[in-house]
Design a protein around this ligand. Structure first.
Ligand code: ZN
Ligand code: ZN
Length: 414
C-alpha cells in the first residue's frame, strides 16, 4: 500500500500532500512544479503527542525500515515471485516493538526536518538482512526453502525510514504517539547515547522543471521519473541533481492510443552466448523456426519501464522480448500520449536473468545455469511502443501483446 505524507513546498513552504512514489511535486498555492532529487531513502516520522514539558534531550526516535517491492526467486522447483510490503525494526533489540503495524498508513506522517526535536537512533540492522527476513516471511519462499536457490532479484523497490517518536521519563521509555509506556527493561541511557540530531542532508532536494534546452515548462505525471518537453520534443531524466537528455525512440503506428515505455537493453551475458536474436531462441529453446534474419538481428531485452505486478511484469517483458522481430524500426515524432516511466533502468537491469528464465521453455533445467551468468555493460534506450485500446485491453499494434487496463492501474497504485 502506498504511503502518503505531508511535505513543505520548496518554493513557498505551503504543505503539499504526496505519496511515496511521487517525484514531481506541484504546489497549489504558488503553482510551482519541482522535481524531487532523492539523496537516500526518504525519512518520515509518525505524528507525536509528546508533552511540551519533556526535555528535548529525552526525546528519542526509533528507526523502522519500510520495504515495498517484488522479490523474484529462481529455485530448483520453479520461478516464484511475491509482493513484499513490510515495516521492520531497524536496530537489534528484543524489547523494542518489532513492527509499526498499520500506523504509517493510517496516520499523517511527515518528512523529518533538520530542526526536528530530539535525537534519532541509527539504523544498525543491515538493509539486506531486513529484506531477507521479509522475503522469508512470505509464504511462497517459506514453503520452498528446501530447494536450491539459483537466483534472487529485488525489483521495483521502495525503501524508506519511518521513525517512532518516544521519550524517556523516570528511566522508562514511552511511545510518543500513544503516550503509553513501552516494555520495561529497555536500556534507555544506552540508546540515547547512540542517537544523534536530524541532518540537513536527510531531506530531499528539489530542482526546477524548466527544459534545459528551450526553457519551456516541462510536464509529467506526479510519479514519473522522466520529464517531457513538448515545445522542443525532448525527454529528460534526472541524474545527480541535473536533468540529462534521454536517448529515446517512438515506434510509428497507424493508431497509437497510448505509448508505453520500455527499456530496450542490450547486455553482455558471460557464461552464455547471447548476441543475436537467434541465440536467444536457441538458449530458451523457443519453438520458432530460426531464420537467417534472426542470426543478423541483435538481441535486446524489452523490459517494461513502468511498474506492474510481478506476474504481469514478467509476462509483458517475456512477450515483447520474444516478439521483438515484429517491431518495425520506423520511428515517429514525439507523441502526446506517453505513459509515465516509473521503473528505473537500474531495476530493469536487475530483472534480466529472471526474464530470461521466464522465456525458457524448460525453466528448471535452465535455472541451474543462472549462477554462472553475469550481466555486464548493459546499454539501454527508452523506446515507446504504440498500443491501441480494445475494450478493457491495450493491444500492441505490431506484436499483439496485450495488457489489461486494470493491470496497468494496479501496477501503478500498489
Ligand atoms: Zn508553493
Ligand atoms: Zn524544451
Amino acid at each position: 500500500m502506498e504511503l502518503s505524507y505531508i511535505q513543505d513546498c520548496a518554493s513557498c513552504g505551503a504543505p503539499i500532500e504526496a505519496t511515496e512514489a511521487d517525484r514531481v511535486v506541484e504546489c497549489q498555492y504558488c503553482d510551482v512544479r519541482n522535481y524531487m532529487v532523492k539523496t537516500g531513502p526518504l525519512r518520515f516520522a509518525l505524528p507525536h503527542m509528546i508533552p511540551d514539558t519533556v526535555d528535548e534531550s529525552d526525546i528519542l526516535h526509533i528507526p523502522y525500515l519500510r520495504f515495498k517491492g517484488h522479490i523474484y526467486s529462481c529455485t530448483g522447483d520453479g520461478l516464484h515471485h511475491s509482493i513484499v510490503d513490510t515495516t521492520q525494526l531497524g536496530c537489534s533489540s528484543s524489547t523494542l516493538p518489532a513492527s509499526l503495524g498499520l500506523r504509517p498508513q493510517a496516520m499523517q506522517i511527515r518528512l523529518v526536518a533538520a530542526d526536528s526535536r530530539g535525537r534519532f537512533l541509527k539504523l544498525t540492522e543491515q538493509v539486506k538482512e531486513i529484506f531477507f527476513k521479509a522475503a522469508n516471511l512470505t509464504t511462497a519462499f517459506a514453503a520452498k526453502s528446501e530447494s536450491p536457490l539459483y537466483h534472487r532479484a529485488y525489483i521495483g523497490e521502495t525503501i524508506s525510514y519511518i521513525y517512532l517518536p518516544t521519550y524517556c521519563r523516570e528511566g522508562r521509555l514511552f511511545d510518543g504517539v500513544l503516550n503509553r509506556p513501552l516494555a520495561a527493561g529497555i536500556d534507555v541511557d544506552g540508546l540515547l547515547k547512540k542517537a544523534s540530531a536530524a541532518r540537513e542532508q536527510w531531506l530531499p532536494r528539489y530542482i526546477t522543471t524548466i527544459c534545459p534546452h528551450c526553457a519551456a515548462l516541462m510536464t509529467a505525471a506526479s510519479d514519473s521519473l522522466v520529464m517531457q518537453c513538448f515545445n522542443c520534443e525532448s525527454l529528460w531524466l534526472e541524474k545527480k541533481g541535473r536533468f540529462g537528455r534521454m536517448k529515446s525512440g517512438f515506434v510509428a503506428a497507424d493508431r497509437g492510443d497510448t505509448y508505453l515505455p520500455f527499456w530496450r537493453i542490450s547486455a553482455e551475458l558471460t557464461g552464455v552466448k547471447l548476441s543475436s536474436f537467434a541465440d536467444f531462441l536457441r538458449l530458451t529453446n523457443h519453438p520458432m523456426v530460426i531464420r537467417g534474419q534472426h542470426e543478423q538481428m541483435e538481441h535486446s531485452f524489452w523490459i517494461p519501464a513502468f511498474k506492474l505486478r510481478p506476474k504481469y511484469f514478467l509476462k509483458t517483458a517475456k512477450n515483447i522480448t520474444v516478439s521483438q522481430y515484429r517491431i518495425p524500426g520506423k520511428s515517429t515524432d514525439m507523441p502526446k500520449n506517453l505513459y509515465p516511466v516509473t521503473m528505473p533502468l537500474t531495476e530493469a537491469v536487475q530483472s534480466l536473468k529472471t526474464v530470461l528464465t521466464s522465456a525458457a521453455v524448460n525453466k528448471k533445467k535452465f535455472m541451474s545455469s543462472l549462477p554462472r551468468i553475469k550481466t555486464t555493460g548493459p546499454r539501454a534506450e527508452l523506446v515507446y511502443l504504440p498500443f491501441h485500446q480494445l475494450g478493457q485491453d491495450l493491444v500492441q499494434d505490431h506484436t499483439s501483446v496485450t495488457i489489461n487496463g486494470k493491470t496497468l492501474y494496479y501496477g501503478r497504485t500498489m
